[in-house]
Design a protein around this ligand. Structure first.
Ligand code: KG4
Ligand code: ZN
Length: 348
């Protein structure tokens, strides 16, 4: 047990200041300070507000994580930090803090990819990651389909969104329906009372030449516009908008496309394990439909618990611990942040 690497992970790519500590494949603590409420009145994350909140939360969050895990900083084997992709100023706060810790403690530092971390986190929940695993990451910032032969150094992108991320579509539709930000959980809740076949909303990039050219890509912007038009038409006619039905039908369009393409990717690449991560993985209908379709296709579905699906420090620590365990070289202490770090680059 004690010869397994003890790694502290720092995540600041968006609005969550996450600090997690992992020993090998065991999660010791996952501490998150979120600035989401400070962004709510703007209807989206404001980068400068997020950076300032990270700065204020960083030291107390690290101290709390160590206290709750009963870990002394000097006992750590490595520091792991998200170096990209994400908001430039927000990433800088995390990377600068990680460098300061690494330098002061004389520990190795691993600058890691945020998306690969979303995949690696499932190791602390469901054990070693089957190789290869198909991963679908759906959040407010990303929607990607990844073929993952080795999460520490071989992540391949099969497709991603051409416009809005899946979570972004949820947030925008929520706004159209008068639901609070972030909209995903509210749409999910409203949809439970609605009829998912009430309105036939478009499924982007699923037919004809679109599907041929963008087999594993997604597009949610047309869907979002279709929902807005549908709602406006009712409002202009003075009719009440059936919020639950709109929410349920919109949600069905999103999760139908996501699960259809994910399972097609599994089939075409002969992969038997599908992992879903990112904030939208908390969606109850996505979980249910993915399970149903995976069962039918004989695919094993892995979805981390909701707290590990949203941005957190544990995922960064989990990937760092894998890096150490596999003997990967640490990053240079001068490692840069990269707000548009490609998903194929697992380590900075
Ligand atoms: O991973 P995350 O915490 O942050 C990033 O965007 O990276 O994901 C947040 C996103 C938001 O767009 C939020 O609306 C969405 O995940 N979300 C959901 C649900 N819970 C969170 N979307 C649909 N259904 C949910 N239950
Ligand atoms: Zn994320």
């Amino acid at each position: 047990m004690s010869d397994e690497p003890l790694v502290l992970g720092i995540e600041t790519s968006c609005d969550e200041t996450g600090v997690g500590i992992v020993r090998g494949q065991t999660l010791l603590v996952d501490t998150v300070a979120s600035s989401v409420e400070e962004h709510a009145r703007f209807g989206g994350v404001v980068p400068e507000v997020a950076s300032r909140a990270h700065l204020e939360a960083m030291v107390p969050t690290i101290e709390r994580a160590c206290r709750e895990a009963g870990v002394q900083l000097r006992d750590l084997d490595a520091i792991s930090v998200t170096s990209g992709p994400g908001l430039a100023g927000a990433l800088l706060v995390g990377v600068a803090s990680a460098k300061a810790l690494a330098l002061a403690l004389g520990k190795p530092i691993y600058g890691v990819n945020h998306l690969a971390s979303h995949v690696a986190v499932d190791i602390v929940e469901h054990g070693p990651l089957p190789e290869p695993t198909m991963a679908m990451l759906v959040s407010g910032g990303h929607s990607s389909l990844l073929l993952v032969p080795d999460v520490t150094n071989d992540v391949r992108s099969l497709g991603s969104t051409m416009d809005d991320a899946a979570g972004e579509a949820f947030d925008k539709v929520a706004r159209v329906l008068g639901l609070p930000f972030p909209g995903g959980p509210h749409v999910d809740r409203a949809a439970r009372e609605g009829n998912r076949i009430a309105i036939d909303f478009p499924r982007g990039l699923t037919t004809g030449r679109d599907m041929e050219r963008h087999r594993f890509d997604f597009s949610f912007s047309g869907l979002k516009t279709a929902v807005a038009r549908w709602v406006e038409t009712r409002q202009r006619a003075g009719e009440t908008v059936p919020v639950a039905d709109v929410a349920a039908s919109f949600q069905e369009a999103v999760v139908d496309v996501l699960t259809r393409k994910a399972l097609l990717a599994c089939k075409e690449h002969d992969v038997e394990h599908l992992l879903i991560g990112g904030g939208v993985a908390a969606n109850s209908r996505l979980r249910a439909l993915a399970q149903e379709r995976c069962d039918k296709a004989g695919v094993n579905l892995r979805v981390p618990r909701p707290g590990l699906c949203t941005d957190n420090g544990a995922m960064v620590a989990a990937l760092g611990a894998q890096m150490v365990a596999k003997g990967r070289e640490p990053s240079d202490l001068g490692l840069p942040t990269d707000s548009s770090m490609p998903v194929t680059l697992v380590q900075a």
